[in-house]
Design a binder for this molecule. Structure first.
Ligand SMILES: *[C@@H]1O[C@H](CO)[C@@H](O)[C@H](O)[C@H]1NC(C)=O
Length: 642
């Protein structure tokens, strides 16, 4: 009865009050949706503020604050990001070798200096216990496969079923029997490599990792270097199988997802609960902009909230680098403010909410300022993020004032970085007809080019070509080549230049520091081996993905004004406007056009009460919804039409 009265009250008055009063009671949520990850997961992750250097004390301090201040707003996971097993000493950094703490079975364990409670073989169990006592859930980042350090030490493999060393027909199996050295993680090649999941011993090793995480009390794993450019579908499939059989759910997250496509996601979404669909997001405007197209593509292909591991799965736009931060790949803790201005931050939060991305706050919660706090706990955004439906890009808007010059200005805005490299070379699943665009052109008797079908836009006079030759091999490598890569090619950036086209260029494709492009020094590496199929697709030996080339014009088109629409549980329509231009623009939509994408809403002659959440403006309209939006800013309308 109380609930009924409250909804009645909310229906009429929520425009004028904060909608947090009007949240659906959580009991109702539990009764109707008992499945795992039924709404986009929400929490805090240590990466954006501590990179890898966080200590137990800093982590627990942060968790306490998350519990007190953010948990009431649904932020329930606290996640230790990468390299918790690396000793923080002179010479240790992201791709250093030999600084990791591993157990006798080659498994990473927390560095006891940074994580003192792990001493005596306790792993993360004490930390997990404390996190649980705060009413939160505990997550860790893990890499693909096995470490090069364990491989070099040739550690024995643990058989979790028997509780002893893994043996097959009397022989004890070791790291070198299962590690695939030529499938090293491209962005951390001295760190980790895939294991052979076709061997029972390879599977036993992976099982021994994840059962240990479960024993420690881990509730969330963020699995790195297995998706997007670094696709390893076998490992994802097997890890998912291990997690499914546990007696309590562990949320399964994949990260990062540079070059991820909806088709690629369809192969994994039922195996996981969230998966990144971009490279790493940092606090640059270019990074914010780069998420609009990809979010649209994933909503169009109905991937938002699709079936997942023991519940649902969510395309993930990455952590929110807001507030007090560190720098990517740094050996330092938080030391600087977010570079986005408030309009840009609101744009980011609004897109993340409308696209129902998981919300993982990345800033230092110990220095959480009021503006950032209010933004990440905004009740309307959180309500949209958790409970809205029919989320999609909305095309029927117009932008006026200065819109004629916008493309020119915007391309200048973007061109300072690596937008060209980023757009120029991508990867997609080979089934995608878009990938069939390569053909051979002979130059002379010895040299052939492999060229893309089209020009890349007005800046480029010719379609792009790569130069073909057999891989350059050191003397010992002939055998491996013959066995595994016969017929594959190295593709050079230009004739005579010793840089090879790399299928896993850099994972942090959306951020400035790492925008270096898709070529690296030629070496015997599966990432650099390519095969041209008869249908014109160019397949990479490492990921099995095919190379595509996008156009620069497409990037310019992705500028301008954008809009997203969604519906709420009390009949609301949410309408967001985004101004990606470098100048203020008036953005408008017609009430009647809303029913073009929401045909079951009869909006002919309807009158809409509206409230815009950033300005606080409200009113009633029958025709036009219109507002001046600042450069890089957004507007978010909550509409009730009848
Ligand atoms: C092109 O050929 C390859 C290899 O036979 C195949 O895997 C791929 O699906 C084909 N692509 C299309 C779009 O037909």
């Amino acid at each position: 009865m109380k609930i009924l009265v409250l909804s009645f009250f909310c229906y009429f008055f929520f425009f004028f009050f904060t909608p947090s009063l009007c949240r659906v009671p959580s009991e109702t949520q539990l009764v109707t949706e008992p499945e795992h990850a039924s709404t986009p997961p929400r929490g805090w992750n240590s990466y954006d503020s501590f990179c890898w250097t966080i200590s137990e004390e800093e982590f627990l301090q942060s968790a306490e604050i998350v519990s007190n201040r953010l948990k009431p707003h649904g932020y329930e996971y606290v996640v230790v990001d990468y390299l918790w097993y690396r000793r923080k000493v002179e010479g240790a950094y992201t791709d250093s070798l030999g600084f990791d703490v591993i157990d006798e079975w080659g498994r990473p364990i927390p560095d006891p200096e940074r994580w003192p409670s792990s001493k005596g073989g306790k792993g993360f169990s004490e930390v997990a216990k404390k996190v649980h006592s705060m009413g939160l859930k505990f997550g860790i980042h893990v890499m693909r496969g096995i470490s090069l350090q364990a491989f070099n030490a040739n550690t024995p493999i643990f058989d979790s079923v028997k509780g002893s060393a893994y043996k097959e027909s009397g022989r004890q199996w070791r790291a070198k029997d299962i590690g695939l050295k030529e499938r090293a993680c491209a962005w951390m090649s001295h760190g980790f490599m895939s294991v052979n999941t076709n061997q029972e011993a390879g599977r036993a090793f992976l099982r021994s990792l994840y059962l240990q995480y479960a024993e420690w009390g881990v509730d969330f794993v963020k699995h790195d270097c297995v998706f997007g450019d670094d696709l390893d579908i076998d490992e994802i499939t097997f890890v998912s199988e291990v997690l499914r059989k546990l007696d309590r759910p562990i949320l399964y997250s994949l990260s990062p997802g540079a070059s991820a496509t909806p088709a690629m996601a369809k192969d994994v979404s039922e195996l996981v609960n969230m998966y990144r669909i971009t490279g790493d997001d940092w606090d640059t405007w270019r990074d914010v902009v780069s998420h609009f197209d990809i979010s649209r593509d994933f909503s169009t292909s109905k991937m938002i909230g699709a079936k997942g591991l023991l519940g649902r799965s969510w395309p993930d736009l990455d952590m929110l680098p807001l507030g007090w931060l560190t720098d990517p790949g740094s050996n330092e803790g938080p030391h600087r403010l977010c570079n986005l201005n408030l309009d840009e931050q609101r744009t980011q939060m609004t897109l993340w909410a409308m696209a129902k991305s998981p919300l993982m706050f990345g800033g230092d919660v110990r220095k959480l300022d009021e503006t950032t706090y209010n933004l990440i706990t905004n009740p309307t955004l959180l309500e949209i993020n958790s409970f809205s439906s029919n989320n999609m890009e909305f095309r029927y808007i117009t932008g006026t004032e200065g819109s004629t010059s916008k493309n020119k200005v915007l391309s200048k805005d973007l061109a300072e970085g690596s937008i060209l490299d980023r757009r120029a070379l991508g990867l997609s699943v080979c089934m995608d007809p878009k990938a069939n665009g390569w053909s051979i052109k002979a130059l002379d008797q010895d040299l052939e080019k492999i060229c893309w079908k089209e020009k890349l836009g007005s800046k480029f006079e010719e379609p792009p070509c790569l130069y073909k030759r057999k891989p350059l091999l050191a003397s010992g490598e002939e055998m491996i080549y013959k066995q595994q890569y016969e017929g594959t090619l190295h593709l050079l950036a230009s004739d005579g230049m010793e840089l090879c086209f790399d299928g896993s260029p850099r994972r942090r494709l959306t951020s400035k520091e790492f925008g270096g492009g898709s070529f690296s020094p030629c070496k015997m590496d599966a990432n650099q081996m390519w095969e041209l199929n008869a249908n014109g697709s160019l397949i990479n030996s490492y990921s099995g993905l095919c190379a595509t080339v996008g156009s620069l014009e497409a990037d310019v088109d992705s500028s301008g004004t954008r809009s997203w629409i969604a519906t709420g549980i009390r009949g609301e329509i949410y309408l967001a406007f985004f101004n990606l231009n470098p100048e203020k623009i008036v953005i408008s939509a017609n009430v009647a056009d809303l029913s073009k994408v929401l045909p079951w809403k009869n909006l002919k002659g309807a009158s809409c009460k509206y409230r815009e959440i950033w300005s606080g403006n409200y009113g009633v309209t029958k025709q036009l919804i219109s507002i001046a939006v600042e450069r890089h800013g957004s507007a978010l309308f909550v509409l009730l039409c009848d």
